[in-house]
Write a protein that binds this ligand. Sequence first.
Ligand code: SF4
Length: 508
Amino acid sequence: MSTELNKSHLELKAAVGQFIQGEISASDLKHEAAPFGIYQQRNELFMLRVRVAGGHITTQQLRGLAKVVESHNGGHVHLTSRQDIQLHDIAPENIYDAVKQCGACALPFKGGGGNTYRNILMSPDSGFTDEPAPFDVLPYIIGLNSFLQQYEHAFQLPRKYKIGIFAKQSERGNALLQDLGLIATEQNGVQGFEVYGGGGMGRYSALGVKLFDFIPAGEFIRCAVAMNELFYDHGNRENRNQARIRFIVKNIGEEKFVELFQQYFTAAEAFANKLPADLNSPTLELKEFAAQTPTAECSAWQQHAAVSVNLNNTVAMTTIYVPHGNLTANQLTKLANLAEQFGTSFVRLTQQQNMVLPLHRSALPCLYDTLGSEFAELDLRLKSFKGNLTCCIGATVCKIGILDSPTMADKIAAELDQLFPLGSEKRDELLRKIITGIKVSGCPNACSAHPAAAIGVQGQKTKIDGKLTDVWKIFLSKDGQLGTSNDELLETAAIPTAIHQQLLALNE
Ligand code: SF4
């Protein structure tokens, strides 16, 4: 642990102690705790957001997290739409101990929130893609994360700085929504990245602009430093609502922004030609099972949950659907053990708040049965849409939220379950559009990424007949563009039917 890291941990410990003694307020504590991703919930307990670089986490770390939850409150973890994990309902007196225990599992909180670089996104199937991809980006994410954890200016920014590194061209849309988005590519046999910057979502959303068609792979840290320094110098430190990089682009125009970035890139020459120390991808020793004919139900599940990737169709990247992204400590431990039983030492977290793990294709019928028998209380096989539409944590937990997005998402899910029952042809036809295309946020901050969804739903309040009423706005997006809304405000009861109609229109 570096001196700086030690110092900030001690400051956190001191601030939490003062809060417990009543010497400082919750908002004073936020100043010290937010950069660790530690926020007070509406119920006065705390949420601790653990960084999981690229969403890649070992089964051992999952068990470690489960122990932290068990030893402190027996509450639950939440898989977030930025591939990290939140521990919920932690009492203030347990915060520091939980941070220390997670640190011992190599799971840091530093930069989980506040004005810092945030968790680095990755394609969950990087290294195992079914679509051609030039190389695995995981080592780059781990290398960049290790570098930035020690880079002081990455923790002194005007606002958050979001980076995503993706393995496939089909993820360009995601790259365009990051403050800095990189896509793996190759030029004349040299590995490198296509680079975008200045994108993001919130009250003002914007797509990023292209910064490089190609940079050699060794320039990726230089790129991240250049954007960090540009933001450090030019981000708006007076008005928090206009502090993100996309406002710099808005204010000076795309052309000037690209020029400005080039200046910072040139100035960051000292960070050129830095490759991660270890470029190896994780190795697999997947367990092979005796051939088994899957049931019709299992076959239908495989169609959406298991994507075959390589090695003569033997490896399947398999989704474990996690309703609302929530798991108890016991469920987390059982899933980690299960992954190991199938020969997998890690899982990947997805932006849809699920887990993905590589399996030998022959394991699928056995996994399907085990998920049903061992987790009877949890729908890990997507039998229902309930809990499986992407939504943010919502205003019952989030202190700055407006409406309860998970409840809204479940109302939409109930309507879709009724209209498209399990086993129906229409359900199979629409399933992927439903689980990847509908996103619900409890306020315009867009934590579910609803402005980029085919059908996005945003909660707010307005006065109707003089009474403050819950209302929702629908955003529609196509062809990789940001969603637009006709600004009509619909009351809660009208939303499920409206979404159903939009879904059918989308499918025409
Ligand atoms: S979108 Fe709003 S309600 Fe949802 S988590 Fe973000 S800030 Fe909270």
